[in-house]
Design a protein around this ligand. Structure first.
Ligand SMILES: [Zn+2]
Length: 187
């Protein structure tokens, strides 16, 4: 593994790199791509717009701090858009966190978006709803609707972290309503 792309620095998205013994198994020249805005945000994170269970803000703060400390030399930050490799482009969306980003993959005429935490299952019926883990609720909703419209228009595949198994599907739209069309699990 030569490169890791982070959509954002919530603990459920960086925690795998913090498991005991993992870092020692990684290449010393591993590159971890993350938006500059995300690293900056977690230096002094703002939770005023969030609504999380007790203990979560402290746990999120602590894991992000530890992550930056452990992987400082591996971080490769970008501003708005970065081509990690041919056909692998990461773009900052903001919203969920200020540096939240999505990854667009293209290969042999096929396309897929890895949308991180920009889209949740409930976001299809109510894309304007936000959840308590979104640091900028209004911007999160705006980003979500924009991405769902793009996905419906292109017909490309969507993968989002918290969508139900198999977490791969397409987006259909009818007026202002979006629908999740799961891929058939045939592997
Ligand atoms: Zn998150």
């Amino acid at each position: 593994m030569t490169d890791v792309v982070l959509t954002h620095m919530h603990m459920d998205h960086i925690g795998g790199l913090l498991v005991d013994g993992v870092k020692e198994q990684l290449r010393p020249d591993l590159r971890i791509h993350v938006a500059a805005a995300e690293v900056k945000f977690w230096a002094a994170p703002d939770f005023t717009e969030t609504s999380m269970p007790e203990g979560f803000p402290d746990a999120l703060r602590a894991s992000a701090k530890r992550f930056v400390h452990e992987y400082r030399n591996q971080l490769r930050t970008f501003e708005e858009r970065h081509e990690v490799a041919p056909g692998v482009v990461v773009t900052r969306t903001g919203g969920h966190t200020p540096g939240h980003s999505v990854v667009r993959l293209s290969s042999g005429g096929e396309r897929l978006m890895f949308a991180g935490d920009a889209v949740f299952a409930v976001g299809f019926d109510h894309p304007d709803w936000h959840n308590g883990f979104e640091h900028d609720p209004k911007e999160s909703a705006r980003v979500r609707v924009e991405l769902l419209r793009e996905l419906a228009a292109t017909g490309e595949q969507l993968v989002a972290t918290h969508m139900p198994f198999p977490s791969v599907g397409h987006v259909a739209v009818d007026g202002k309503l979006f629908r999740w069309v799961p891929a058939v699990w045939d592997y």
